[in-house]
Design a protein around this ligand. Structure first.
Ligand code: HEM
Length: 234
């Protein structure tokens, strides 16, 4: 029997090793401006944070979308597993924003000049989040109705409905992390370009501050008020 030569790649495609072929690192690492194309060396930092965020956002909405399908099919344990991943992916996207504060606000103005009309409103990843979030909420509410429960009852009898309770908590965590990202992004923007200016697509930064209050699942947040009210009335 021939001895396998582990030093040689076996996968098809460009790249010197199977690592580079499978991960397509040649293409991946060519996606950032070369030093001779940069107007400022911090463009690598700026592009890295944005491109990495797009990847994590893609994973986040893909898992949330599949969780939605699983809830529709009644596969609640599977949905729980995927939603936990989706929330974790958002945590990474939030954490990466720290890196942008390593840029000098004055030097960033040089980079800003080469962004054209580029705006985060056109982020495919965040668009994906905005697209799947309402569908997830609808699937969960429909499933709850089908089981003859409303949210307040579910929370009052959380121990008897453990899986549903865990799912409700993951939905609110998902909503909370979207708001946390918006909050953190707003503060980064205020720190880098200011909170009384207009963005590259003409949006006042103040408008971003207003979006922090947006909730995808207001009924889950409202239920907390109702529980407090119920407890006060007892
Ligand atoms: C120095 C860093 C950043 C600055 C100065 C900045 C600035 C802005 C501004 C001014 C807006 C309002 C729209 C406009 O007119 O452009 C915006 C929106 C947005 N940005 Fe950023 N941004 C930064 C980093 C990021 C990063 C790393 C992401 C990651 C994907 C991102 C994603 C978004 C998204 C998704 C929106 C829409 C917000 C929403 O719908 O709530 N931004 N950004």
């Amino acid at each position: 029997m021939a001895v396998e030569d582990y030093t040689q790649p076996v996968l098809p495609g460009p790249g010197a090793s199977d690592y580079e072929r499978y991960l397509r690192t040649d293409e991946l690492l060519a996606l950032q401006k070369r030093p001779d194309e940069q107007v400022h060396r911090d463009e690598l930092l700026f592009q890295t944070v944005h491109q990495a965020s797009e990847l994590w956002l893609k994973l986040a909405w893909t898992e949330a979308e599949e969780a939605t399908r699983q809830i529709e099919r009644g596969e609640l344990d599977g949905a729980e597993r995927l939603l936990r991943r989706a929330v974790l992916a958002l945590q990474y996207v939030i954490a990466q924003l720290d890196m942008l504060e390593q840029m000098s606000p004055w030097e960033y103005q040089t980079i800003r000049k080469v962004l054209g009309h580029g705006s985060g409103f056109d982020s495919p990843g965040f668009r994906g989040i905005r697209r799947v979030a309402p569908q997830l909420g609808q699937a969960f509410m429909a499933m709850l109705r089908g089981r003859g429960l409303d949210i307040v009852e579910l929370y009052r009898k959380g121990r008897e409905n453990e899986t549903l309770y865990q799912l409700a908590e993951l939905l609110i965590a998902w909503d909370e992390h979207i708001a946390l990202w918006r909050m953190r992004h707003y503060l980064v923007v205020a720190r880098v370009i200011g909170d009384e200016v207009v963005g590259t697509q003409g949006t006042p930064v103040e408008f971003l501050g207003g979006l922090i209050k947006q909730r995808f699942y207001p009924e889950l947040w409202r239920a907390r008020n109702q529980l407090t009210q119920l407890a006060n009335d007892e």
